[in-house]
Design a protein. Structure first.
Length: 248
């Protein structure tokens, strides 16, 4: 009888330990989502905002008498300083988003997302955005990055001194410094930087891809900020039919 009691006690202890581990893993996953979710939402917001400006600017550029859109105003008609900022900041907001996506992937990939539909939906939306970025178009492929390139950029953007649970990404000043001083770092961004110049010249071919990407980023923000507390404004999905320039 004592052996049976001991065996039952051991089984109960093992079951309790397993339950505690699952509970801890689920808590860690929720904690990471909360901790990193705000930073990921800000990065997604900045990227979709820049894409919105590019898409709206493309409509402005092809409308006679409407003036110049964002990229053309600064890269084509602006000063060298304005052109440099527009080019680098556009690539930065893309890289920063990939950095926070990499942070989230690193710190939760081995954790149980539990029964949280929202967490699973966030991860599915991140995968969808990754597909948008890597999708090949017969028309225009500006700012296209294949999956491995996305991961590499994300890895480069994660600050090397940050630890699990406390990770952070490079800021804009550090990003620019490394572009200037680190040849291997700069090589990963050579094509995206050139792509921004191509978009300034003519963004019409790439517009459908970029519109899908912008729309899916807004959908991600809706998951991360469902009550529109952080971003009550300026998070609309771009629709060319509702962003006409000029009469009609």
């Amino acid at each position: 009888m004592s052996a049976a009691v001991a065996l039952g006690g051991a089984g109960a202890a093992a079951l309790f330990g397993y339950w505690q581990q699952r509970r801890l893993g689920s808590w860690e996953a929720r904690n990471y989502m909360v901790r990193y979710g705000a930073s990921l939402a800000w990065a997604a917001f900045d990227l979709q905002s820049r894409l919105f400006n590019i898409l709206h600017g493309e409509a402005v550029d092809r409308t006679p008498g409407a003036g110049a859109g964002y990229l053309r105003s600064f890269l084509v008609q602006g000063t060298p300083e304005q052109a440099g900022f527009a080019r680098r900041s556009t690539v930065f907001v893309l890289a920063e988003y990939l950095g926070w996506a990499e942070v989230l992937r690193r710190d939760i990939q081995f954790l149980n997302l539990g029964r949280s539909r929202t967490n699973r939906a966030i991860m599915a939306q991140l995968s969808r955005i990754g597909s948008d970025l890597g999708r090949i178009s017969e028309a225009g492929n500006e700012l296209r990055l294949f999956r491995a390139h996305q991961r590499a950029v994300g890895e480069l953007m994660v600050h090397p001194d940050s630890a699990p649970g406390q990770r952070r990404c490079l800021g804009y000043a550090e990003f620019c410094r490394r572009l200037d001083e680190d040849e291997s770092f700069r090589a990963w961004f050579a094509q995206p930087l050139a792509d921004v110049d191509s978009l300034a010249a003519d963004a019409s071919a790439a517009a459908p891809r970029l519109q899908q990407l912008q729309n899916d980023l807004v959908a991600l923000i809706d998951l991360l900020d469902p009550d529109a507390v952080q971003f009550p404004q300026f998070r609309a999905a771009f629709d060319p039919e509702h962003h006409r320039v000029g009469p009609g």
